[in-house]
Write a protein that binds this ligand. Structure first.
Ligand SMILES: Nc1ncnc2c1ncn2[C@@H]1O[C@H](COP(=O)(O)OP(=O)(O)OP(=O)(O)O)[C@@H](O)[C@H]1O
Ligand SMILES: [Mg+2]
Length: 481
């Protein structure tokens, strides 16, 4: 497959985008806020996800949902240094990993530095790793601005240099830039000029329209028609799209954006005095809880295993689903799960990957892979991570702790149960390193924030003595020493 369907033309015909041509000739998307640029990029990424490596520079965290769906790695830059981002950029090329660089949680200055370092890392990868990769940058005017904003010159130079490399010198290195901007007039000229394909959406400002007309080599009066485009409609032009400007209504997408359009909801009148109390009520400061979600296991390896399947396998799986209980010795399951838990870097791997590892081991022992469902697997995994064996995990006391854990969001349960286990055995409070591992992050700061979050949820009480922390678990009456 070399072409994808981008959407429909005026007459309802399919408008295609030639992928190999795009990789060679790059793409610029422009349109005012709400014109549908991010939707368009999502369509492009979804349609090509299984064909070409993708890197998404995502200033708004909009594409994290796409990553979850297609198994892309999400890199949250707040946890990373510039040097490690540069190294990550290089490794992404060596391993041909599809990645979303999530810049949502950092300030403008750090957004520039992070994107610059990562893109430069990709650009500087050794020749042996110059595989084709689609590099998509949303809100490109942030990273390649015409003029300075609130950021330092140094950060701007770094990021602009990286964007120039991407668009002007990237092709030979396999980097195919796709950039989208709200304001063409705010995007550095040399960066915009290197794209040979254009998708122009609704545009209001004369100055943007004039730039668009220049780039497309069309009369300014013709460019006026960009005002009349509806949301989701773009004028397409370029070797990968069409030799003459052609209208395209972008097709639908599979994954949802976090951002939804405005919805009008009827107002309910509330008396002003009552409103005062509500609006000016003293605040309880809640620290935001970082987002971290698990995605369902990708099928690949197991699907391959299944492809070798014999009748025996089919019979085995059908009995497993028919009776739902094939008895396996619980101790065997526990030891299988602890082997998975103690694997290299297992603390930092997504649940889905670990579960897949478990299923593989189960299959090797001749057990059906349906032997343990995901929630049960996760339960044993957490228990074994916090150092409990089956007999202790099944005591009534511990089940109480697990009960409390279940009232919490999934990603902090491990942290809570680690604290609970230490408290149960009257051990000292686990150090930041251990907490970070339990949360599956390398960032100590992020791990410490989970303690505050747990305290806000009133499942633990923190008592700080100089450098030592003391934790009491609410409701169970345990406390670390
Ligand atoms: N082709 C389309 N079909 C259906 N809905 C669309 C289409 N294009 C855009 N939308 C919807 O319109 C809204 C705005 O689109 P989108 O977020 O892509 O705009 P944008 O140009 O990226 O805006 P901004 O510059 O503010 O980020 C979204 O809710 C999106 O789902
Ligand atoms: Mg957008």
């Amino acid at each position: 497959m070399t072409s994808i369907i981008l959407g429909q033309g005026r007459d309802g015909s399919s408008i295609e985008l030639d992928l190999p041509e795009l990789l060679a000739t790059r793409l610029l998307v422009q349109g005012n806020s709400g014109s549908g640029k991010s939707h368009l990029l999502r369509r492009l990424l979804e349609q090509t996800a299984n064909v070409v490596q993708q890197v998404m520079i995502d200033p708004e965290g909009d594409f994290v949902t796409l990553a979850e769906h297609y198994g892309h790695l999400v890199i949250d830059v707040e946890d990373q240094s510039e040097a490690s981002l540069r190294a990550a950029g290089e490794r992404v090329r060596a391993h041909r990993a599809s990645v979303v660089l999530n810049l949502e949680h950092v300030e403008a200055e750090m957004q520039l530095r992070a994107a610059g370092a990562f893109l430069n890392g990709m650009f500087e990868a050794p020749r042996a790793h110059w595989y084709p990769v689609l590099v998509v940058v949303d809100e490109a005017q942030l990273f390649a601005p015409v003029a300075g904003g609130d950021t330092t010159d140094e950060a701007r130079r770094l990021s602009l240099g990286a964007m120039t490399n991407l668009m002007c010198r990237g092709r030979k290195r396999g980097l195919a830039g796709v950039i989208a901007t709200q304001r063409l007039a705010k995007l550095a000229k040399n960066v915009a000029a290197e794209a040979s394909n254009f998708l122009m959406g609704r545009t209001f400002l004369d100055i943007d329209m004039a730039r668009a007309a220049d780039l497309l080599g069309m009369e300014r009066r013709t460019a006026e028609s960009f005002r009349d485009l509806a949301r989701g409609q773009f004028m397409a032009l370029g070797p990968a799209l069409s030799r003459r400007p052609k209208l395209v209504a972008i097709g639908s997408v599979e994954t949802a954006s976090h951002a939804t359009g405005p919805i009008l909801v009827p107002l309910e009148p509330v008396p002003a005095e009552e409103l005062r109390d509500i609006i000016l009520e003293p605040i309880a400061e809640l620290s935001p809880r970082p987002r971290r979600e698990n995605r369902p296991p990708p099928p690949d390896l197991l699907a391959q295993l299944d492809a070798y399947g014999t009748n025996r396998d089919a019979a085995e799986i059908s009995t497993a689903t028919a009776t739902t209980t094939i008895e396996a010795d619980p101790d065997t399951l526990w030891s299988l799960v602890s082997e998975v838990a103690s694997g290299d870097d297992a603390d930092y791997k997504p649940l889905a990957t670990l579960y897949q590892d478990f299923q593989l081991r189960a299959r090797i022992l001749g057990l059906p892979r349906t032997i343990l469902d995901l929630p049960s697997f996760q339960r044993i995994l957490i228990n074994s991570r916090v150092g409990l064996d089956r007999s202790r995990a099944e005591t009534e006391e511990w089940q109480q702790a697990e009960h409390v854990a279940h009232t919490l969001p999934e990603d902090v349960r491990g942290v809570f149960l680690l604290l609970a286990r230490h408290a149960w055995d009257a051990l000292p409070c686990p150090d930041d390193d251990a907490l970070a591992r339990a949360y599956g992050t390398h960032s100590l700061g992020r791990a410490r924030r989970q303690l505050n979050y747990l305290e806000e949820r009133e499942v633990i009480v923190l008592q700080q003595t100089s450098s030592q922390r003391r934790v009491a678990i609410v409701g169970i009456g345990w406390s670390t020493t």
